[in-house]
Design a protein around this ligand. Sequence first.
Ligand SMILES: *Cc1c(COP(=O)(O)O)cnc(C)c1O
Length: 389
Amino acid sequence: MKQDTLITHSGRTSPYFAQSVNPPVYRCSTVTFPSMAAMAEAQADHLNAFYYGRIGTPTTHAFEEAVAAVEGGERCIAVPSGLAAIAGTLSALLKSGDHVLVSDSVYGPTRTFCQDVLAKNGVQVDYFHPLLAENIEVLFKPNTKVVFCETPGSLTFEMQDIPAIAKVAHAKGAIVVADCTWASPIFYRPFEMGVDVSVLAATKYIVGHSDAMLGTITTSEELYPVIKSSVVKFGYSVGSEEAYLGLRGLRSIVPRMKQHQESALKVARWLQTRDEVARVLHPGLPEDPGHELFKRDFLGSSGLFGVILEPYPEEALIPMIDGLKLFSLGFSWGGYESLITYTTPGIVRNTVLWNADGPTLRLHIGLEDPDDLIADLEAGFERLNAFGG
Ligand SMILES: *Cc1c(COP(=O)(O)O)cnc(C)c1O
């Protein structure tokens, strides 16, 4: 079946749903069993069964089934946030004495987890330059167990050659984990790129409405019990309400992604024409250094990109941003609404420094009319230029 059909039909056949189109929200801690034998049977299969609310409910199972189908993986594990997907996967696959290679352009809290939890517990963490591709080979050690990628990288939007990295990693016996949140499963097919475990902040485009926290870990049948049992040991638990919102969001993700893509490209191209802008960081644009990889590996782009401004003083951004009417200031992204943030990608690099003379902004283009968004930004640039004058 094609992806659109899977998105519409996956996760709808559970006998628990009594023919309703959408799954009921199972509010459940205790599950009761009709007999000792039935209880023992559920316990033996507790990573899959409806056994205890913390481990999963028919609602969370439906969400997992749909995400696994849509991503093209075999099994999915729902977790309470995108960060829990990253932390849960890395904790399951690494132990003291192991070595992990992490992209230097990775999402900030991923880096914090690696430093403050993994490294503290005896895992060796090294960062690789996101543009290394097959040259990553020189960084492998005999104890390298995992390579953690994120493409394009948070804040800088640098593209990674994941097929090349995966080829090296697999030859060395390492597992490739990738944070594929930016493009969503609609525009990036991680398992066709050699990824072994795909982690998503479902909070972003899957939920799609900025109203729930949710993460997913999608992987093979083989790695499923390794990661799921670890997640269960930590007590990560997804509420059925959140899983319901994730599944509901997923049903409309295709038209939303197409609109985010089209509107973001329109705003990005307009920004490229502006004197205030030094560079637009968007791999979907032909001028972007990552565009060749983007064309090869991606089916489309999302609503999130960066902008490096000409060297304006930081204070000049205050009237520009505070006065915006349609862009809200806020973290996260992937909802229906437009957002803007001031970012500092340069301060957290371990490999080659990221240099930009001017301030960097990150924009999430929502589902508003892009012409209205452009007018809002244009008025913002007038305030930027008027600053101090
Ligand atoms: C937001 C985000 C996460 C974390 O997701 P939460 O649900 O907020 O924990 C992870 N990776 C990327 C790339 C993100 O943008």
